[in-house]
Write a protein that binds this ligand. Structure first.
Ligand code: ADP
Ligand code: MG
Length: 447
């Protein structure tokens, strides 16, 4: 494209030069011819041989051959002395035009002389055309000058074209080099090597792309690490009940126990380990489903009081056993548009935690307020509380403040992770405040 443009602009400029040069020369000689026509008109009309001297004088001054033609186009006077073409009728197009009344000029290439300019104008006496003045002059100088211009333009064209070509090659090389590096990194990622970073430098689109790519690869790595950690933790969690079951069963099989009561006791232990595994797998499935499907949470209008009542009812027995009081403080008739299933699941886990981590005699209180369609649910207890340094982690999978204790109470460490995921799916957020020894407060805010 650059070469095409250069060629076109060079050609165009050259044409303009050529036309300008020629026009100037033509105008000059047309003026000369008109002056001669004015001066020599009478001689020509009278066919006075003085016309010959006139032609010669003008010809010498103007560096041109001056011919005076009669109205038939025959040469009457010639600034050249040889008389060779005297009487000859000229048929040049300029002459014909002049004899029909209008002046004109044209350049011609003659084999012997090179470029010449022909100019012819009519000679008028009164209104009558009595003949024509015909000038022919050498314009090789113009063509020489034009040739020089053309030579320089070609030089400029080659220099410019080569420069532009080299420059664009260099630019393209730099650009494609960086894109190639990016492509290689993307290919490596799709081959499973997630740790890829590209250095792109500069402040252009490619470096922005590289930045976005690095961010993406960082996220991918983080997700991958999370996934590995999750699998490792899940197998670890499943292994400890399996280990217990194996140990219990083995000691029954290998020992020579006769007492049925011992059998019963061991089987009870095995049973509770199986329960634990059941809970764990159920929670794992819940969580994975919540995370994977993303559940395009269909929402419906829910009576908040009714929902809280139902959840507390399901936990009544558990709270009774633990000696913890369940309280409820929800505004009458408060309604909210949410996914009932998700909200129930979140609330259940929070209240269950409250019961589990509050000593006998304590309370768990659920309160709810709706305000302009948004709902705030608070689950507060006056239990053991959570140490400050653990607060940022308690929503992580398998995170427990006190492992031994949580296991004993049947916890899987997945409850709050499920709550968090459910709240995210509902488009809300969850906060927690807690004071060690005084109690905890979980606040769910839904839009
Ligand atoms: N209401 C609460 N009071 C004190 N500690 C809590 C409370 N809720 C959660 N925790 C702490 O957060 C941890 C994570 O909770 P969760 O994910 O529900 O696991 P789990 O209840 O199975 O142990 C618990 O092990 C516990 O240490
Ligand atoms: Mg829990």
């Amino acid at each position: 494209m650059i070469i095409g443009l250069l060629l076109f602009s060079n050609w165009y400029v050259f044409r303009v030069f050529e036309a300008e040069y020629l026009k100037t020369r033509q105008v000059t000689y047309l003026t000369h011819a008109n002056i001669i026509a004015g001066a020599g008109g009478d001689y020509l009309a009278r066919r006075d041989p003085q016309a010959h001297y006139l032609a010669r004088n003008f010809g010498a001054q103007m560096q041109a051959r001056v011919l005076m033609l009669d109205k038939g186009g025959a040469v009457f006077a010639d600034s050249f002395d040889d008389n060779q073409i005297k009487g000859q009728v000229l048929k040049h197009s300029e002459v014909l035009k002049a004899l029909s009344g209008s002046g004109s000029a044209g350049s011609h290439f003659l084999a012997g002389d090179g470029w010449v300019l022909y100019v012819a104008v009519p000679v008028l006496v009164g209104q009558e055309i009595v003949g024509a003045v015909f000038l022919s002059t050498d314009i090789n100088d113009i063509h020489q000058a034009l040739g020089e211009i053309r030579r320089r333009m070609l030089l400029l064209f080659f220099a410019g074209g080569t420069g532009a070509g080299l420059l664009s090659l260099a630019f393209a090389g730099a650009l494609t080099g960086r894109l190639k590096r990016l492509t290689a990194a993307v290919e490596k990622i799709s081959g499973g090597h997630l740790h890829q970073r590209v250095e792109a430098g500069g402040h252009d689109e490619v470096s922005a792309l590289a930045g976005a790519f690095n961010l993406m690869s960082e996220r991918l790595e983080k997700i991958d690490r999370g996934r590995r950690f999750f699998i490792a933790s899940a197998s670890h969690e499943l292994r400890s009940p399996l280990g217990s079951i194996k140990a219990l069963a083995e000691s029954l099989l290998l020992g020579n126990e006769q007492n049925v009561e011992v059998y019963r006791e061991y089987l009870q232990d095995i049973n509770s380990e199986v329960d634990r595994m059941n809970r764990l797998t159920a929670d794992l499935l819940h969580l994975v489903r919540l995370e994977e499907e993303g559940v395009r949470a269909p929402s419906a209008v829910v009576a908040v009081g009714e929902l809280v009542c139902e959840v507390l009812g399901r936990l009544q027995a558990q709270s009774h056993c633990a000696g913890v009081n369940l309280e409820m403080k929800v505004e009458q008739n408060s309604r909210c548009r949410v996914n009932r299933d998700l909200l129930e699941r979140a609330l259940f886990n929070l209240v269950e935690n409250g019961i589990k981590y509050t000593p006998a005699g304590g309370f768990v209180q659920v309160s709810g307020q709706t305000k302009g369609g948004s709902l705030t649910l608070t689950v507060r207890d006056n239990g053991e509380g959570i140490p400050n340094e653990d607060l940022p982690h308690i929503f992580d999978k398998f995170y427990r403040v006190d492992k031994a204790r949580s296991r004993r109470t049947g916890g899987t460490g997945l409850g709050l992770a499920i709550v968090n995921q459910a709240v995210i799916l509902m488009g809300g957020r969850i906060r927690v405040t807690s004071t060690l020894g005084e109690g905890s407060c979980f606040i769910i805010e839904l839009p």
